[in-house]
Design a binder for this molecule. Structure first.
Ligand SMILES: NC(=O)c1ccc[n+]([C@@H]2O[C@H](COP(=O)([O-])OP(=O)(O)OC[C@H]3O[C@@H](n4cnc5c(N)ncnc54)[C@H](OP(=O)(O)O)[C@@H]3O)[C@@H](O)[C@H]2O)c1
Length: 440
């Protein structure tokens, strides 16, 4: 029989233990497809004594992840520890420096150090595969790196965080508040005890920076991503969106504009009938727009042991077959600097919800401030009053009246300036809610 591919597995948590299970279950199929077996021969985790859902005695335990990376008896390192720092970073560096291919699910490591690690892999002519790092079980990395390598992408956008999509779906379907849905997500194991990284959009931002590099051949630049989370979204926004024909999703969007690559993560209104709007619960989805191609949407499980292990095993299968490609599709030496398109120049439609003070002149003041910034309205919904008398019911002077507006395409800068002026004029209570609308 052909020589097996000997795997060193660093990390035995949700993903690591699922990799062991999947390699066991898929043993014969993988042998048939790759022409050689793929076997975990050595492993490591933080605690040797911890109870595992597999028989640890079958494998050789190595003292630490770096020693595992150096181990001469392994052909490839699988890093599923997590985190942008050591020991994950050091273990991956040691493996690559020693000419060993690496498979990792670690988006934090790749967003921060992906270029440097890719350059090391390219120098040594070995694979650095990371399908599992973005959108879990959806083969988006391979699609961008290989399947659509010849495409000229204009935009790539997606639902890249299952926790946020679960929360927004539950809020909409069961009319629950954000905090209630978050607690439910934590109870079901979809959200971390500290959910900030997910709900404030940073997880999506890291993943988007990796996808943008793959799609546009640019250097990875997580600092260039504008990030806003979903914690300010209310039922009132979801209801208004629905009435207006939209659904609210946390999207990561990377667009090739005349100025450079605009990378942004924020709650987004997408037309209810669009493919991305149909994606509910913890599911992920990515839509690719490229010149001369109809949009392509990939939908599937974004996380979970089985889905993530499926991506890792596929990456291992490529290594077993001897396939080596530049980790980001474009060799590092030919990646172009990421020219950041400033968020203030973003152009699109906007949803604005404000609580207006019901007193004479408010409507005229708001209209004037918007007109000064050349913002035109596609629609305005006013729940009642606003000194317009005779609308639905007259309001008491000073009463807070919800006003919902949809603008035609305008710029971020114009919206921010108009709303700042409206607040200075003291015709609204609090900070207006602003949600960007995405053509999808
Ligand atoms: N979970 C998912 O659905 C998912 C999806 C996509 C990508 N990922 C990525 O996959 C990676 C692993 O995620 P996970 O959910 O499997 O995490 P996890 O369940 O927390 O497992 C982490 C593993 O790393 C080990 N570990 C932690 N610190 C260590 C150290 N200093 N030295 C050696 N081992 C150490 C832990 O050891 P002990 O078991 O002894 O504590 C554990 O086995 C992360 O990069 C994550 O972002 C996860």
């Amino acid at each position: 029989m052909a020589k097996p591919l000997r795997v060193g597995l660093a990390g035995l948590g949700t993903v690591g233990s699922a990799v062991i299970r999947l390699l066991d279950e898929g043993r014969d199929k993988l042998l048939a497809r790759c022409g050689r077996p793929i076997e975990v021969v050595a492993l490591n985790a933080r605690s040797r004594g911890k109870k595992r859902n597999f028989d640890l005695a079958r494998f050789r335990w190595v003292g630490d992840p770096v020693a595992l990376a150096r181990d001469p008896e392994i052909d490839v390192l699988v890093e599923v520890i997590g985190g942008a720092g050591d020991p994950a970073k050091r273990a991956v560096e040691i493996a690559l420096a020693g000419g060993k291919p690496v498979v990792t699910a670690n988006k934090a490591l790749l967003a921060r150090h992906g270029q440097k690690l890719a350059a090391m892999a390219e120098r040594r002519g070995v694979a650095l595969n990371f399908e599992a790092a973005v959108a879990g079980g959806i083969p988006i990395v391979k699609t961008l790196r290989e399947g659509l390598n010849g495409a000229s992408f204009t935009r790539i956008y997606g639902i890249l965080n299952g926790t946020c999509n679960y929360i927004l779906s539950r809020m909409e379907q069961d009319r629950l508040a954000f905090d209630d849905c978050l607690r439910e997500a934590q109870r079901l194991g979809y959200a971390e005890a500290d959910p900030t990284f997910d709900v404030e959009g940073h997880d999506t931002g890291q993943k988007l920076s990796i996808l943008a590099s793959l799609a546009f051949g640019t250097k990875i630049d997580p600092a260039a991503v504008y990030v806003e989370g979903i914690s300010s979204i209310t039922l009132a926004d979801l209801d208004a969106a629905s009435e207006l024909g939209y659904r609210i999703k946390l999207l990561g969007v990377a667009v090739h504009t005349g100025e450079g690559i605009e990378q942004r993560v924020h709650p987004t209104m997408v037309p209810k009938e669009s493919a991305i709007a149909q994606v509910m619960g913890v599911t992920n989805a990515v839509t690719l727009d490229a010149q001369g191609l109809m949009p392509i949407t990939l939908v599937g499980p974004g996380a979970g042991g089985a889905a993530t292990a499926s991506a890792i095993v596929a990456d291992l299968a490529d290594i077993a077959r001897g396939i080596v490609t530049a980790p980001f599709g474009c060799p590092v030496a030919r990646m172009i600097a990421n020219r950041k398109a400033p968020m203030q120049h973003h152009e699109g439609g906007y949803y604005i919800r404000m609580l207006a003070r019901d007193r004479p002149g408010t409507a005229a003041t708001i209209a004037r401030r918007l007109a000064q910034q050349k913002i035109s309205m596609e629609s305005i919904v006013q729940r009642h009053g606003l000194a317009s008398r005779g609308a639905t019911r007259p309001g008491r002077s000073g009463e807070a009246v919800p006003v919902i507006m949809i603008t035609y395409a305008t710029s971020e800068d114009a919206v921010r300036k108009a709303l700042a002026a409206v607040r200075r004029d003291r015709v609204v209570y609090g900070r207006p809610q602003v949600i960007r609308i995405e053509r999808a």
